[in-house]
Each structure stands twice: as structure tokens, then as C-alpha cells.
Design a protein around this ligand. Structure first.
Ligand SMILES: Nc1ncnc2c1ncn2[C@@H]1O[C@H](COP(=O)(O)OP(=O)(O)OP(=O)(O)O)[C@@H](O)[C@H]1O
Length: 237
């Protein structure tokens, strides 16, 4: 099985006064080609720090992070913060292509095609981010992540800010695109229901450590760690 990412015995700490607080402790896992790997854990357990470490935004104290593809593209919970408010959606999507000096006609075609893939109409592509609904904005950030041909995406709580029905649509879109485009997704969520519906494999994180990782069905049917059991007990049947 080919891998897109290997994280080997990684530890990360933040400065806290004169000492340092260890936030990630000896983390090891891999993301394989063509899979959705879930990362679940309570608020503050270190999920966002892990994605920052993968992107190289925080320094690791120990361990090694090996990329086998280009750096992943991110999708965030709140696309507002990542979308330029003063530009129309089509401009935002075109921007990385402009940087690559792709000719105008080709850029327009790519934006239209990507818009269609994520379910945005030509009319919606002409709007500003603030003129779209939360779900439509999340479609824009998915398109922005994919338009340069990324094969590996980190999605950090991408559906947590959405209502349940919209949540479902965005989840279905992501699974569909993952299958169609052969993507690898590291899917971060605190919501076990969402993880169950989306992911091929799951890692459970607690206090900066990976408690366990298993195929989704196995983890939900036969959790190994007492912490995972506790999390699952909190779920309606
Ligand atoms: N820049 C920073 N400096 C110091 N401490 C930080 C910094 N960023 C995060 N932390 C601390 O590191 C721990 C892990 O935070 P992190 O944001 O990675 O958790 P998380 O699991 O993503 O939480 P959430 O789901 O609430 O976003 C927390 O205790 C947090 O307070």
C-alpha cells in the first residue's frame, strides 16, 4: 500500500512561561494513498497542532515527518477565515492558477469545471464569499484545495459549523470526490458519528497521544482502549 505521509515518533511542545508544555507525544502513523483517515479526539488534545506540524507551521522537538506527495492542502471549519472577502469566488479559485502562469482561457475552464465538480453554479462563482451560505462556502474551500491537483488534503473539522442536513451534503461531496479523484484525506473531527460515516480508518487521540488506530468498522465494533470505549458509550446506538 503506497503512502502519502509518514509521521514517525513526533513530539511537539509549546513554550509556557519558562518551561515547555508537551502537546504531541511520540505520535506515529501513516496516511495511505486513496483513503480517508479519521483523527478524533476531544478539544485541546492536539489535533490542530498535529496538522500544523504536518504543514511545517510548528517545529517538532523529536521525530520525523516524511511527505511522499506535495504538501497537503487544508480545508478548515470556518472557510471565512481562509477566503479573501474582497474577491469574487471565481477570482479566488483562479488565483493559484494565475501564479502558475496558466493562460486565461484555460484558467476560466478549470474554474468552471472545478465549480461544477463541487456543485457551484456559474452564478455562485461570480459572488463574494459573504454572499454564499456556509455550505456553499465550504464547497468553495474544497474547490480551492483541489484546483491545483492536490492528492492529499487535511480537513480540520470541515463540517462542524454546518447544520445537519448541510453537513450530510458536504460529507457526501467529500467522499464522492475522494473516490473519483483518488484523494487521501486526513479528516479531523471531534464527532464520532461524522468519523464513522466518512473514514476508512480512525485514530483516536487523547492528551497528545494516539490511543489506538484501527479500520473504522473494527474500531467501532471492538474498541481496544478504555478511552475509545468511553467515547463510544457517549454515542446513541
Ligand atoms: N500557539 C500555542 N501556544 C501555546 N499553547 C498552544 C498553542 N496552540 C495550542 N496550544 C495548546 O496546545 C494544546 C492542543 O491544542 P490544539 O489546538 O492542537 O488542540 P485541538 O485538539 O485541535 O483542539 P480543538 O478541537 O479545540 O481545536 C491545547 O492545550 C492548547 O491550549
Amino acid at each position: 500500500m503506497k503512502k502519502v505521509l509518514e509521521v514517525k515518533q513526533v513530539s511537539v511542545s509549546y513554550k509556557e512561561g519558562k518551561s515547555r508544555k508537551e502537546v504531541l507525544k511520540d505520535i506515529s502513523f501513516e496516511v495511505r494513498e486513496n483513503e480517508i483517515l479519521g483523527l478524533v479526539g476531544e478539544s485541546g488534545c492536539g489535533k490542530s497542532t498535529l496538522s500544523k506540524a504536518i504543514l511545517g507551521f510548528v517545529k517538532t522537538d523529536e521525530g520525523e515527518i516524511v511527505h511522499h506527495t506535495e504538501r497537503p492542502q487544508m480545508i478548515f471549519q470556518d472557510p471565512f477565515s481562509s477566503l479573501n472577502p474582497s474577491k469574487r469566488v471565481e477570482w479566488i479559485l483562479e488565483e493559484p492558477l494565475r501564479m502558475q502562469k496558466i493562460p486565461k482561457e484555460r484558467r476560466k475552464q478549470k474554474v468552471l469545471a472545478m465549480g461544477e465538480k463541487v456543485g457551484l453554479t456559474t452564478e455562485q462563482l461570480r459572488r463574494y464569499p459573504r454572499e454564499l451560505s456556509g455550505g456553499q462556502r465550504q464547497r468553495v474551500s474544497i474547490a480551492a484545495a483541489l484546483i491545483q491537483g492536490a492528492k492529499f488534503i487535511i480537513a480540520d473539522e470541515p463540517v462542524s459549523a454546518l447544520d445537519v442536513t448541510i453537513q450530510k451534503q458536504i460529507m457526501e461531496l467529500m467522499v464522492h470526490l475522494q473516490e473519483e479523484m483518488g484523494l487521501s484525506i486526513l479528516f479531523i473531527s471531534h464527532d464520532l458519528n461524522v468519523i464513522y460515516q466518512m473514514c476508512d480508518r480512525v485514530m483516536v487521540m487523547k492528551d497528545g497521544k494516539i490511543e489506538e488506530q484501527q479500520d473504522t468498522e473494527d474500531l467501532f465494533a471492538h474498541p481496544k482502549s478504555s478511552y475509545t470505549k468511553l467515547l463510544l458509550e457517549g454515542l446513541p446506538q
